[in-house]
Design a protein around this ligand. Structure first.
Ligand code: PLP
Length: 402
């Protein structure tokens, strides 16, 4: 039954039917401020032909939320625009975006070149692809295009990078590494979660696909789990979208709506995260309990020059630092903060601290931790948007105990 038929016959129906088919109120003479939440998971059609046509691709009429949804589409178009891509696919989490992209693009026998220091979940996914799906993976450092060139094989299909590494905040030479991949016809995928599209747009540096944990800065308020993949060209988007139907990777519309709401303040939040992180990094570097601070905004950071070119508008909200007292000092510090919280995740309005060696990176051996630059006394801090003086007072009192 079409909407118009339904409305005409509404008064002849029994109450049981009328409450299942309430009128769809339309805004006439005004328009909504912001993107409406379309939570319903299916859409009705007037003709079988129209329904049939909508199955064809990501651009057809909305049919069922696993295929697409208007609220989700608004999020996809917003982030695609920010990243300079042609289309995007929003997913239920950042790992959902990464898994969907990799499973859609890779087949048994393919070879992947990936940065060594990746988010733990991505690392585990690549290990799983190698062990169970016949994909070979070579790890590289992320700062040497020659290493990528040397790793190339005829069957190399994909280069996987992160703009800024976790937790040591090394900045990846995206232009240099991607240029090598491009010349060899290898697809480049960049996780841009730490930088956000306001600080770095990997597609401008040649990347084919950008992925995000929208759970972090894009959502920004620690109240939503979501991911998104942005595509520089339409064809890979279609291929990954098609595969997402099989994986069931779709994001819930409410999560997409929350992400859109959070995105509206992204520029304000990111500016504040960057300013406060730089301020804290400088103060930490001068503190006697701290032996090293890792923040690309500091002139002492090994990638400071690259960061100035790649992240000209700020260096992000994550920093890490080594405590002279080692593992015990890190434990005491993370348990002594009061304004900041001991918690995983990052990129939200609240400041968070954690000890990577015993939490996010605990699966790494001592040798692997050493290669990744993760010392026993390393603390990671995701700097929130609280007042910098309050944050420093909190960090200082926790340092005094550590
Ligand atoms: N990529 C990076 C850089 C991350 O830090 C994370 C999570 O911490 C992810 C991907 C995974 O995102 P999600 O937790 O939304 O699945």
């Amino acid at each position: 039954m079409s909407d118009s038929t339904r409305h005409q016959s509404q008064d002849r129906l029994h109450p049981e039917s009328r409450i299942v088919h309430p009128p769809l109120a339309e805004t006439v003479g005004s328009r909504p401020m912001g993107v409406p939440l379309h939570q319903g998971h299916l859409f009705a059609f007037d003709t079988s032909d129209a329904l049939s046509r909508s199955f064809g691709g990501p651009d057809g009429a909305f049919i069922y939320n696993r295929h697409g949804n208007p609220t989700v589409r608004s999020l996809e178009e917003t982030v695609a625009d920010l990243e300079g891509g042609v289309a995007a696919l929003a997913t239920a989490s950042g790992m959902g975006a990464i898994t969907t992209v990799l499973l859609a693009l890779l087949r048994a026998g393919d070879h992947v070149i990936a940065q060594r220091s990746l988010y733990g979940g991505t690392h585990a996914l690549l290990a799983d692809l190698a062990e169970r799906r016949g994909v070979e993976v070579t790890h590289v450092s992320g700062d040497d295009p020659e290493e990528v060139r040397a790793a190339l094989r005829p069957e190399t299909r994909l280069l996987y990078l992160e703009t800024v590494s976790n937790p040591t905040t090394r900045v990846t030479d995206l232009p240099g590494l991607i240029a090598v991949a491009k010349r060899a016809g290898v697809v480049s995928v960049v996780d841009n979660t730490f930088a956000t599209p306001l600080l770095c747009r990997p597609i401008e540096h040649g990347a084919d696909i950008v992925v995000h944990s929208a759970t972090k800065y894009l959502g920004g308020h620690s109240d939503v789990l979501a991911g998104i993949a942005v595509f520089a060209e339409a064809e890979p988007h279609r291929a990954v979208w098609r595969h997402s139907l099989e994986l069931g990777a779709a994001v819930d519309p409410f999560a997409a709506w929350l992400t859109l709401r959070g995105l509206q303040t992204l520029a304000l939040r990111v500016r504040r995260h960057c300013e406060t992180a730089l301020d804290l990094a400088g103060r930490l570097a001068a503190h006697p309990a701290v032996t090293a601070v890792h923040y690309p905004g500091l002139p002492t950071h090994p990638d400071h020059e690259l960061a100035r070119r790649l992240l000209p508008d700020g260096h992000g909200g994550v920093l890490s630092f080594d405590l002279a007292g080692g593992r015990e000092a890190a434990r005491t510090f993370t348990e002594s903060v009061r304004l900041a919280s001991l918690a995983p995740s990052l990129g939200g309005v609240h400041s968070l601290v954690l000890h990577p060696a015993s939490t996010t990176h605990r699966q790494l051996s001592d040798e692997e931790l050493a290669v990744a630059g993760i010392g026993a006394g390393l603390v990671r801090m995701s700097v929130g948007i609280e007042h910098p003086e309050d944050l420093w007072a909190d960090v200082e009192q926790a340092l005094a105990k550590a």
